[in-house]
Design a protein around this ligand. Structure first.
Ligand SMILES: Nc1nc2c(ncn2[C@@H]2O[C@H](COP(=O)(O)OP(=O)(O)O)[C@@H](O)[C@H]2O)c(=O)[nH]1
Ligand SMILES: [Mg+2]
Length: 345
């Protein structure tokens, strides 16, 4: 069986002269080229795949910290402050907000001067680069876009990535998979936080933060979280202990401790996992997500063209099911089986 070739140009390996030119400027540290490349990737432009293939060898060196939580929890506020502290300590930091509900206003906190310097700039406080994404619905899938944009930022030379995401359902989990350290942020005012946490966020947290500790109920929430953690933690020797920290995004209270805890988690991973395996496990998770995403997109494209992903025409199969000769479950199973058998000889 020969599947109809898909017209998907993202498989193209050649770069246009224009894209080639952009890559060259990117490599020279041009921030506008970085911005353009991120847009290219975010929009799933036809040249994105080829550009990523070219950049990938220079990526993978950054440490990625994800901050996730409900809209309004203070993620952007905390991210800006952590980024600012790291930058002041001489680290090159990029911030990626995968959050359509809250476009980045970090400039107001850090100033455009810091925002738009190149990470290769020498001396003193390093620049912070801010980028908001998730504005175009992410046809390629959020996990894929996050991974791709992170790779671009890493290839540009940033040492640290801070990735902000809305911790709702699968989104928070996907982004945690792209990160080395995951910080889950909750606030006292939303009563359903414990429920949401039990639904998965607690599982992905390396560090738990109760932000807005200036609001009533912060300590009570902290106690509840401690209890929830107590039931979860199997006191494994050498296992990482999830701590609950109190912060205030406005005054900066607790932020030094949060920064220190992130460093502790990083040191813990380096000691117990090792940098090579950290990279390998991150790659493993990313690859699984990417394959899943490519399958989903390939299936959607085939459906739009009236086919199943294995190339069979859709209508006759619908006829068969409606005529009682088959059922959708068998068709779906069979499709996947055929798809995976395609590479066999
Ligand atoms: N009272 C109080 N407000 C805060 C605190 N941290 C952030 N905020 C405010 O909460 C609102 C949402 O913050 P933002 O960082 O945009 O939340 P995000 O949607 O999670 O990124 C903003 O008005 C912040 O100024 C805090 O510790 N205490
Ligand atoms: Mg935000």
């Amino acid at each position: 069986m020969t599947p109809t070739p898909t017209p998907d140009s993202s498989h193209a390996t050649a770069l246009s002269t224009q894209a080639e030119d952009m890559l060259q400027r990117f490599r020279a540290g041009d921030l506008r080229a970085l911005g353009r490349l991120l847009t290219l990737v975010e929009n799933q432009h036809a040249q994105a795949g080829a550009a990523l293939t070219r950049l990938y060898p220079s990526a993978g060196q950054a440490y990625r910290v994800g901050l996730t939580g409900a809209p309004g929890a203070g993620k952007s506020t905390l991210v800006s402050r952590i980024a600012g502290a790291w930058a002041a300590a001489g680290r090159s930091v990029a911030v990626l907000a995968m959050d359509p509900t809250s476009p980045f206003t970090g400039g107001a906190l850090l100033g455009d001067r810091i925002r738009f310097q190149s990470p290769q700039a020498e001396g003193g406080a390093k620049p912070v680069f801010f980028r908001s994404a998730a504005s175009r619905g992410h046809t390629g899938g959020l996990a894929k876009t996050t991974e791709e944009m992170s790779v671009v930022l890493e290839a540009f030379g940033y040492e640290r990535l801070l990735i902000e995401s809305v911790g709702v359902g699968q989104v928070g989990l996907d982004i945690a998979e792209a990160c080395d350290t995951t910080v889950v942020i909750v606030v006292p005012e939303s009563g359903d936080d414990i429920q949401a946490l039990k639904a998965g966020l607690l599982e992905i947290a390396d560090i738990l933060v109760v932000n807005k500790c200036d609001r009533p109920g912060a300590r009570a929430l902290m106690t509840q979280l401690h209890e929830a953690l107590h039931y979860r933690t199997h006191a494994q020797k050498g296992a990482w202990q999830v701590e609950v920290l109190l912060t205030c995004g406005h005054t900066g209270e607790g932020l030094e401790e949060l920064g220190a805890q992130i460093e502790r988690h990083r040191a813990h991973l380096l000691e117990h996992v090792g940098s090579e395996r950290i990279r390998r496990e991150r790659l493993r998770r990313a690859l699984l997500n990417l394959v899943r995403e490519e399958l989903r997109v390939a299936a959607a494209e085939a459906f739009a063209a009236g086919r199943l992903p294995d190339g069979r025409a859709l209508e006759p199969l619908l006829d068969q099911v409606l005529g009682g000769q088959s059922d959708p479950f068998a068709v779906a199973r069979d499709t996947v089986r055929r798809l995976f058998a395609q590479g066999d000889t």
